[in-house]
Design a protein around this ligand. Structure first.
Ligand SMILES: [Mn+2]
Length: 362
């Protein structure tokens, strides 16, 4: 076998021994240098963060929302979901796995931190143990976020959280809803108390309160024994896409239909991770067989690029059900895809880019 020429070896050495930050992709190389200068080392491995308490995707922590575009928020709500408990640990697990995500989307080359000012807001601070009070705590937190003109990326926590989020961010105008879930979450009330709000009725409540437009709502991945609970969805004109329809027709026609429904109007993206088959997502409270694959959900999410998205969430991650942590890892990957969507939507809406900074700028 002929030897590799010395000239080629010399070329490989020149390429291989250069600094990791001197990339042909200048934007990324410059970003790494800027982040390091601001004391955020994107290269630091997640097991060796040197005492740094990074937020989602290593975003800087801040409760000050002045000049912020996107706030990443954890919602450790875990009080009304049926079946397995434990979604209160979803945000911390996804936050940890998110340190292996980004900073650049490998296909679109988008660097969210170079295009939007993104902060880690922390977890919603609950005032006590009472479920209704916690719903109100979420509402108050998101009212502050809405007042500041910031769009939220939320990680839960039980799906009930989407109701108080929508109550805050859709207060002026109802939004369209792209809802990926095994369950429609549009049942009635389980007791005589009509104020009752839980993860099985958060979207019927949102419709009744005028927060979402059922005729601009698409529910994708629906299946299983509880499907009789979602009559409200069909009665109000929501588009209900059973998992089987995706499996038979593929993702593309459903994405086209969702985009058509959303148009240019404001819309909200919500993922309940039980939309995924339990083989890929064992860490959730109500694992539902015969579900979607990660690639199907990924392509639905990516199919929503450049819509007018005013917020997104991912709910029902229950890390304790999954000793391999594949659920939190996958959840973090979806969260990064959603961060990229929100970044592009925000830049299109404002016509501006703003960078994330880890240290105060003069
Ligand atoms: Mn749900």
């Amino acid at each position: 076998m002929p030897k590799i020429s010395q000239a080629k070896i010399a070329k490989y050495q020149k390429l291989g021994l250069r600094s990791a930050m001197k990339l042909k992709n200048k934007e990324l190389g410059d970003f790494f240098q800027r982040a390091e200068a601001e004391d955020c080392r994107m290269f630091q491995f997640p097991f060796n963060l040197q005492g740094k308490d990074w937020g989602f995707f290593r975003a800087p922590h801040s409760k000050n929302l002045d000049g912020v575009d996107i706030a990443c928020v954890g919602i450790p709500l875990d009080s009304s979901a049926p079946n397995f408990a434990g979604t209160r640990h979803g945000p911390e697990a996804v936050r940890r796995w998110s340190h292996l995500q980004g900073p650049m989307h490998h296909l679109t080359k988008l660097i969210p931190f170079e295009n939007c000012n993104i902060v880690e807001y922390g977890d919603v601070d609950f005032s006590g143990l009472n479920h209704e009070d916690r719903i109100n705590d979420i509402y108050e937190t998101y009212t502050k976020i809405k007042d500041a003109g910031v769009i939220p990326l939320s990680v839960g926590g039980e799906h009930t959280m989407s109701y108080p989020i929508l109550k805050a961010i859709a207060r002026d105008e109802p939004v369209g809803l792209i809802h990926i879930d095994a369950h429609g979450d549009t049942t009635g009330f389980l007791s005589d108390d009509e104020s009752e709000i839980h993860d099985g009725n958060c979207f019927s409540r949102a419709a009744i309160d005028g927060l979402i437009d059922p005729e601009r709502t698409i529910q994708i991945g629906i299946r299983g024994a509880s499907s009789w609970c979602w009559e409200f969805s069909e009665d109000t004109g929501m588009r209900v896409v059973y998992a089987e329809e995706i499996q038979e027709r593929g993702v593309k026609p459903i994405v086209d239909e969702a985009r058509e429904l959303m148009g240019n109007g404001p819309c909200y993206l919500t993922i309940d991770v039980d939309a995924l088959d339990p083989a890929y997502m064992p860490g959730t409270g109500v694992p539902e067989p015969f579900g979607l694959t990660p690639l199907e959900v990924r392509d639905i999410v990516r199919g929503m690029r450049c819509l007018n998205i005013v917020g997104a969430d991912i709910a029902e991650i229950c890390p304790a059900r999954d000793s391999q942590e594949i659920s939190a890892n996958l959840g973090a990957a979806f969260a990064f895809e959603m961060l990229c969507l929100l970044t592009e939507s925000q830049v299109a809406r404002t016509g501006n880019t703003r960078r994330t900074h880890w240290q105060k700028q003069d």
